[in-house]
Design a protein around this ligand. Structure first.
Ligand code: BG6
Length: 492
């Protein structure tokens, strides 16, 4: 029966602001997500939609960010509201326990992001914050203890709030310099201990204050901020290769799959246009140059890109080593539908999660093939999973068979892509191995974990960790590795 090699990396992924907490500990500076209160998030992360006539429109006038950020004003923390990132699930104090539990499942990789404002509280200090570096060094110590590889996300949809407020975040080329100073510090300090790095998370899907530090989220601001992020990523890759021979760099894209709603040629053509909304980002970073269709895409959006002489050479010299992505769901588009990079129309053939995300394991196999065909570089699935409501039984167990079903079907699809289609894949890190705060809704009840964390949407709970049924199931899968997903009647 099919099984994966022993070298395959199995693990989990988290982002600091959704897991760590400790927002005022160890000299940490304020981060852009620190102003988001529970319940205020209206899911406008990707607030620009591609219209059927090929033009673009802004779906929401406000952006994913603080409760209030008037033009020229300061973000505000209201004393009577709950801010999920401030405590999150307290990985800051529970990391030893969390890593031990993950190791107990057989994980050999752990993806986590570094909180930039823990290292440079305002982004502009001349020297880094030693307590922040020390915290991540202790995390690395624990990983080493269990033989787990770190996979570090340098920038997971956030930056020091001071850089956002003083310079409009990624709108400014000054932020590139600050990012590179931060990268140099990470490479110096952790370079000997970490092989795999991600320069940016879901760079195709994020915009606005919390993720990019920009006050506006319109296309002109967004695509220019993205250009600065491309330059930052390319220079980080070059610097990393120089400072850490053998290191491997990727960036991460939200690549949930898109299908044409019918075989009508206009629907199929539009599917291509919609997919290019994401390829635009991966093409520049993985191939090291803007694709030919970029001119049309930017023209339709009314964007003038502010480039400088030398930018093309920078992009070319800093192409990524591997391509990684998140995969949760798929959608359909027709010639008349609106589309943003994480969602189009529903698919009548697919069931959905309680949050309305269509469940499509075959789409993962399709996506893996698509990405490898396009870039011919190894891929890494760095997020996948099911956000669901769990019930704690009277005996304390959590019987999450729905999560086992989701993971089994997606892992089988992944194995078929690797072993039948021949896609080289470095590993798989499921999203949120232990429950954490949802990015899009700020909720705790949208749980991804195979490890339960006792906390509710308002931040109440003991924070105790408990393995769910899926934890023990996953342990068997990893030990086999992958073989336990199949039965005789599957034929392979
Ligand atoms: C990805 C992000 O978009 O999806 C994660 O990189 C996020 O930060 C994950 O948590 C799942 O989304 P959500 O909104 O269910 O938390």
């Amino acid at each position: 029966m099919m099984k994966l090699s022993k070298e395959f990396l199995w693990g989990g992924a988290i982002a600091d602001f959704q897991a760590e907490g400790g927002y005022q500990e160890g000299g940490r500076g304020l981060s852009t997500h620190d102003f988001e209160s529970a319940g205020s998030v209206d899911h406008p992360r990707c607030n620009t939609v591609l219209m059927p006539d090929g033009s673009c429109a802004t779906a929401k006038s406000h952006f994913f960010g603080p409760d209030s950020l008037p033009e020229g004003g300061q973000p505000f923390v209201f004393p009577d509201r709950y801010y999920p990132s401030h405590k999150a699930v307290d990985f800051y104090h529970h990391y030893k326990e969390d890593i031990a539990l993950m190791a107990g499942m057989g994980y050999n990789v752990f993806r986590f992001s570094i909180c930039w404002s823990r290292i440079y509280p305002t982004g502009e200090e001349a020297t880094p914050n030693e307590a922040g570096l020390r915290f991540y060094e202790q995390v690395l110590d624990e990983l080493e203890k269990y033989g787990m590889e770190p996979l570090i996300t340098i920038h997971h949809d956030e930056l020091p709030a001071a850089l956002a407020l003083r310079y409009d975040g990624w709108s400014s080329r000054h932020t590139i310099d600050c990012y590179l100073r931060y990268c140099r510090t990470l490479f110096e300090r952790f370079g000997k201990r970490c092989r795999y790095w991600l320069t940016f998370n879901e760079i195709n899907a994020v915009r606005g204050f919390a993720a990019c530090g920009t006050r506006k989220a319109d296309d002109q601001t967004h695509y220019n901020a993205a250009h600065n992020m491309f330059l930052a990523s390319a220079q980080a890759v070059q610097l990393g290769h120089e400072m850490m021979p053998g290191s491997q760099f990727g960036a991460m894209y939200a690549l949930s799959e898109i299908y044409p709603a019918t075989c009508k040629q206009e629907d199929v053509f539009r599917r291509m246009q919609c997919r290019r909304e994401s390829w635009y980002f991966a093409d520049v970073m993985a191939r090291g140059a803007y694709p030919a269709y970029a001119a049309d895409l930017l023209r339709r959006r009314g964007v003038t890109l502010h480039t400088e002489p030398g930018d093309d050479a920078i992009l070319k010299a800093g192409a990524l080593d591997f391509v990684s992505f998140s995969y949760y769901r798929s959608c359909t588009v027709n010639a008349h539908s609106k589309f943003n990079v994480v969602g189009g129309d529903a698919n009548p053939y697919l069931p959905s999660t309680p949050w309305g995300w269509p469940i499509d394991p075959l789409g993962l196999r399709y996506c893996m093939n698509e990405v490898y065909d396009r870039y011919q570089k190894p891929i890494f699935i760095v997020e996948n999973g099911l956000g669901a409501i769990d019930k704690v039984e009277a005996d304390g167990t959590i019987q999450d068979d729905y999560r086992i079903d989701y993971l089994r079907d997606h892992l089988r699809a992944m194995m078929e892509a690797i072993l039948i289609d021949g896609v080289p894949c470095l590993g798989y890190t499921m999203w949120g191995p232990f429950d954490l705060v949802s990015l899009s809704t700020g909720e705790m009840k949208k749980r991804y974990g195979v490890i339960y964390v006792d906390m509710d949407d308002a931040g109440n709970g003991t924070l105790a960790r408990h393995p769910k049924k899926s934890y023990y199931w996953m342990k068997e899968v990893i030990a086999s590795p992958g073989e336990s997903l199949w039965t005789e009647k599957d034929g392979h």
